[in-house]
Structures are given as C-alpha cells and as structure tokens.
Design a protein around this ligand. Structure first.
Ligand code: NAD
Length: 260
C-alpha cells in the first residue's frame, strides 16, 4: 500500500528501526535508512531493502545530534527521493546512572538524540507533507514515555518529551491528512538492551540473569521480550488508510507493563 511513498526511518541500521524499515519496504515504500555502523553491513542492509521494495533504498549517515546535519539530510531526501512522506523518529540511546552522578554530556546527548532530533525532523518534514495532503509521523517512544524507572533520568525525560511533542504535532496537522503517533515498546531484545546490562549490573549490584529476570522483565507481565517484528507491524499499520483516524495516540506494545 506504500508504492510511491518515501519513508525516512532514523536510527535504522540496527534493532527496531531496521525492523520498521523492512516492514515499510515490504509494503512498497522507498526507504531512507539512517544511523551508524559498519559500512559493509549498512550497504548489505540497504541492498536487502531495495530488493524487498523493488524500488529505491538509500542510506544517509546524518548524525542526528546535529541540527545542521538533519537539515542536509532533508535536502538530500527532497532532491533524491521526492521528499519524506513517512517519518519514523526512532533513533535513540540509553545511559544508566543515579541522577546525582549522571554525566552531563550523557544528559545532553540523550536529550539531543532522543528528543530534539525529532523536533528538527518534524519541522523539516511537515511542509512537504502538508503540500501533498498526506503524511505519517511515528515516534518510537517507550514504556518510559509513560512511567519511570530509576537511574534513567535522561531517557525517561526525553521519552516523555517525545510523546508530548508527537501529541502536539498531531493536533497541529490533523486537518492536513497527516497523523502523528508514538509506539511505546516495553523491553525489546536489541543491542540497546544488551548494552545496558553491564551498567545495570553495576548500578544494582546484580548478576546478568538477575538483571534480565528481576529488572528488565520484572514489570512485563508476559515475561517475554517484545520482538522487533511486533513493533514494526504496528508501525506499518499506522501508515495504512485504515489508520487515518489514529492520531495523537501513544500505543503501548509492552506485554502489559504499563497496565500493571
Ligand atoms: P539500537 O541501539 O539497536 O539502534 C539505535 C539506532 O540509532 C542505530 O541504528 C544507531 O546507529 C542509531 N544512532 C545512534 N546514535 C545516532 C546518531 N547520533 N545519529 C543517528 N543515528 C544514531 O536500539 P533499538 O533498541 O533498536 O532502539 C531504537 C529506538 O527504540 C530507540 O529510540 C529506543 O529508545 C527505543 N526503544 C527501545 C526499546 C528496547 O527495549 N530495545 C524499548 C523501548 C523503546
């Protein structure tokens, strides 16, 4: 259903973003992936996406902590891909530390990447979507956009902010055929989760198994990690015409975490 549309998925060289890029490509969208990583691996991912959609797949390595780099990415999207019809604000990072020791540069990085980058992508994307009378803005927020966990002050603050930003945009663009929603996963097994296990072991003085069972999955009543494919399928649904009246929503895919 997405033939002729272009999707930009930020932070899509790995994890959830890559899964969303695959789901949108499978639905026929041209794709721009973004993020860091090994050049050869990224090129292989890009080529696989181009094979999936039978169309275009491009890679843009913009560092989303830099507003000027985001502006340049949108200039390239306009000239090479005909603009951005579907914007997925997915890039994000985590850091775990008690608030009184939280490194200031980590706070600044997380706010820039997990929140401010979405403000910049949205402000660049909305004019083109308005012109076309159609657009989809999707944020990968988190259960941490709804509830807190200790030692994640920057992440929880940024994700609450992303949810608030997305809601605000939803009502501003509601009459222009554009929807804006957040998807809020619980714990999804990706490198982001894997990488925070050592610091959580330190912060809580726990073993790896204790962190997985007593911290990560403690609040998830299903006692299962969410899968990338489950999050990606919801993102793809939000791009359908059937989803035209889902806007300003924050949709949980969290195994019951925020219901408990
Ligand atoms: P990941 O670490 O696998 O992927 C993060 C992506 O962001 C990578 O492609 C990376 O290269 C990119 N990135 C990092 N810094 C960047 C920068 N400065 N500029 C551009 N790209 C950059 O993580 P993931 O688990 O797939 O997370 C994706 C999103 O989902 C994040 O916003 C995360 O907060 C959110 N999320 C994850 C979980 C989870 O359990 N994994 C749960 C809820 C929400």
């Amino acid at each position: 259903h997405l033939k002729g549309k272009t999707a930009l998925v930020t932070g899509s060289t790995s994890g959830i973003g890559l899964g969303i890029a695959k789901a949108l490509a499978a639905a026929g969208a041209d794709i721009i992936i973004n993020g860091f990583g090994d050049e050869g691996a990224i090129e292989a991912e890009r080529a696989a996406l181009a094979a999936l959609n039978g169309g275009k797949a491009a890679y843009d390595g913009a560092d989303l902590t830099r507003p000027d780099a985001i502006a340049e990415m949108f200039e390239r999207a306009d000239s090479d891909m005909g603009g951005v019809d579907i914007l997925v604000n997915n890039a994000g990072t985590q850091f775990v530390s008690p608030v009184e020791d939280f490194p200031v540069e980590k706070w600044d990085l997380i706010l820039a990447l997990n929140l401010s980058s979405a403000f910049h992508t949205i402000r660049h994307a909305v004019p083109g979507m308005r012109k076309k009378g159609w657009g989809r803005i999707i944020g990968t927020a988190s259960a941490h956009s709804l509830v807190a966990s200790p030692f994640k002050s920057a992440y929880v603050a940024a994700k609450h902010g992303l949810a608030g930003l997305t809601k605000t945009v939803a009502i501003e663009v509601a009459d222009a055929g554009i929807t804006a929603n957040c998807i809020s996963p619980g714990y999804v097994w990706t490198p982001l989760v894997e990488n925070q296990i050592p610091d959580t072991m330190k912060a809580r003085n726990m073993t790896r198994e204790q962190v997985i069972n007593d911290v990560l999955l403690a609040g998830q009543p299903t006692k299962q990690f969410v899968t990338v494919e489950q999050v990606a399928a919801l993102a793809a649904f939000l791009t359908r015409d059937e989803a035209a009246n889902i806007t300003g929503a924050n949709l949980s895919v969290d195994g019951g975490w925020t219901a408990a």
